[in-house]
Design a protein. Structure first.
Length: 366
């Protein structure tokens, strides 16, 4: 009887492994579909066709996201308490994952009671800054030793890639202690000339506020905060910049003025004057970027740039954010530009088509 039970158990293990192998093969085939290598995102919702996004456009792969495939991905991408929490449908989960020499950032969630996963495909290497952001304004920041740099934009606008390229470039120039707080870790920095500590939320720290306090005791030269999502993280980032670190982070918003309004919105009205003064003292630049279809194929970055000057510092201190546009226009010689100026420059240089240019112009007037 025991022998029969043992044989049954072995058969189940074999069948489970064979099922896992089959789902792994299905996902491998998905990655080898035409143009899948150029896909930025993969969308898998149980019982629906799998979609991929290429150059901003959704395309149906004609393959279905089966229950088994989603179960396989959940098992492979979520570990320990994250997997348990997801299966109990209590939260959505951010994660990073490597598969078949490719790296992904992902989010697992539920839709209509069914599991779903979105995967963002990451480059295996960090692109060079001049290839994705040739703006002179970025290169003016290489000499900074402290302060706050914000990169803003919608989801999928390349914020994390731009910051990673900037940090990678900084690390090549001078040996530095670089510490990152991410959810999840996206890019792996080279460690040839700098000391690098990459910490992941849920594994190495459990709140951004506490992670930032801890980071200050570790005396980083450069501190990357993956995203500012609440007032505690914003306050801690400002304090870190005041303490002498160069802090880089992202905000999900459009435009320099809108980023500062978002900062204000984190705080009660009676706290805002103090926060504005603190931001005015440490803010070095705001880059607000989005991606447009390029004339030559692929996408090109459209970037609004606000830099620190006496005029912009004074406007930030007073909370007169909507007047920053005038400062960006008058400060063009320093590398500042409004979104409209950036759009005009892309069109004049032949990087976007007239149709894209006119569509964006119409959007600005709405």
């Amino acid at each position: 009887m025991a022998a029969i039970s043992e044989q049954t158990g072995q058969t189940k293990v074999f069948e489970d492994k064979r099922a896992a192998d089959r789902e792994e093969t299905i996902f491998t085939e998905l990655l080898t579909l035409p143009n899948a290598e150029q896909a930025s995102d993969f969308y898998l919702i149980e019982g629906q066709d799998i979609y991929i996004r290429i150059n901003g456009e959704l395309k149906n792969t004609g393959r279905m996201a089966s229950t088994r495939l989603l179960a396989y991905l959940v098992q492979k991408t979520l570990m320990g308490h994250k997997q348990k929490a997801f299966q109990e449908k209590s939260i959505d989960i951010d994660f990073s994952w490597s598969f078949a020499d490719r790296r992904f950032r992902g989010n697992a969630y539920h839709a209509g009671g069914q599991p779903a996963i979105v995967l963002r495909q990451l480059p295996n290497t960090i692109p060079e800054l001049r290839a994705i952001q040739p703006l002179a304004a970025w290169h003016r920041l290489f000499s900074l030793s402290h302060g706050l740099i914000l990169v803003c934009g919608p989801t999928g606008s390349g914020k994390s890639t731009t910051i990673a390229a900037f940090i990678e470039e900084l690390a090549k120039h001078t040996p530095r202690h670089i510490l990152t707080l991410e959810d999840p870790v996206e890019y792996i920095f080279t460690k040839e000339t700098s000391l690098i500590s990459q910490r992941e939320f849920g594994r190495d720290f459990f709140s951004f506020e506490a992670g930032l306090r801890s980071a200050l005791r570790e005396m980083p030269d450069i501190l990357l905060v993956g995203e500012i999502r609440d007032k505690e993280t914003m306050r801690a980032a400002l304090m870190a910049a005041e303490s002498g670190s160069l802090v880089l982070s992202t905000l999900h918003t459009m435009g320099a003025a809108e980023a500062l309004l978002r900062m204000d919105g984190f705080f009660a009205e009676n706290e805002r004057d103090a926060i504005r003064s603190q931001a005015a003292a440490v803010l070095q630049s705001i880059f607000s970027q989005e991606l447009l279809p390029a004339k030559s194929g692929g996408r090109v970055s459209l970037t609004e740039v606000l830099l620190r000057t006496p005029a912009t510092t004074n406007l930030i201190r007073q909370g007169k954010y909507m007047q920053l546009t005038s400062s960006m226009i008058s400060g063009s010689a320093l590398g500042m530009q409004t979104r409209e100026m950036a759009l005009d420059a892309l069109y004049r240089s032949g990087k976007i088509t007239e149709a894209v240019y006119r569509e964006q112009k119409r959007g600005e007037t709405i």
